[in-house]
Design a protein around this ligand. Structure first.
Ligand SMILES: [Zn+2]
Ligand SMILES: [Zn+2]
Length: 233
């Protein structure tokens, strides 16, 4: 299968032919339909030796949507199901991993990787091997290229918003700063989908505010030195 591999720090990644993995135990092989290119990928490509605690080589790609191709004998997943892959895998055995907080894995410093496409083989390939079906979220008929970024660019603002959603009612106003960026525009969409609150989008670029409006922001404010004074009451 094809895979975009990073083999040396500071070097360009290369499209290589590698063996297609075979899932064992609870592992799942996902046929990749779409993989997002995240700004973190550019940081990885710019990193020098020792900058990141990842072992080389590995396949890039940590925002992945696809279809279950093959399941290990202990995996409880349906072959053929379309799924989004949760990428920040942990050790799977420490207390935080057991509580479902794999992004805060206690053994992160010892692992040599931070998850799929970040030290472990990721989804910029024809297939990606996922350690467990618990990392897969069914997506039905959602377009893969729309779904893939939700696993990172969507999950990050959701992580920030989720604790506050229960208190955000129709009388609330939420200000999203940097509302036209890769995370911010999804924060606006999430707020509109999950709350009845008024959403005020702030950004430094007029085109970013246009994107925020198209995502459902009720009010947009260009960030200038006197921007705070011009926020609606
Ligand atoms: Zn990312
Ligand atoms: Zn862990």
């Amino acid at each position: 299968m094809r895979a975009l591999r990073l083999s040396g720090w500071g070097q360009a990644p290369e499209l290589r032919e590698v063996d297609r993995p075979v899932p064992r135990d609870g592992q799942v092989l996902v046929a990749v339909e779409a993989a997002g290119l995240c700004h973190s990928d550019l940081h990885v490509l710019d990193a020098g030796p020792g900058d990141l605690p990842f072992r080389l080589p590995f396949t890039l790609g940590h925002e992945v949507a696809g279809r279950v191709e093959q399941a290990g004998p202990l995996a409880d997943v349906a072959v053929g199901e379309r799924v989004l892959v949760y990428g920040p895998w942990g050790c799977g055995r420490c207390g935080r991993c057991a509580a479902g907080l794999e992004n805060y894995c206690d053994r992160r410093a010892d692992l040599g990787w931070a998850g799929m496409g970040l030290g472990r083989d990721g989804g910029m390939a024809d297939y990606v091997l996922v350690p467990s079906g618990r990392h897969l979220v069914p997506i039905g008929d959602l377009a893969a290229e729309s779904a893939a970024p939700l696993s990172d660019a969507g999950l990050t603002p959701y992580h920030a918003l989720a604790p506050h959603i229960p208190v955000l009612d129709a009388e609330s106003t939420v200000v999203v700063i940097g509302a036209g960026g890769g995370l911010g525009h999804l924060a606006v969409r999430l707020l509109r989908a999950l709350t009845p609150s008024r959403v005020v989008a702030v950004d430094v670029r007029p085109e970013a505010l246009a994107l925020a409006r198209s995502c459902g922001a009720h009010v947009t404010v260009l960030s200038t030195p006197d921007g705070a004074a011009r926020l609606p009451g």
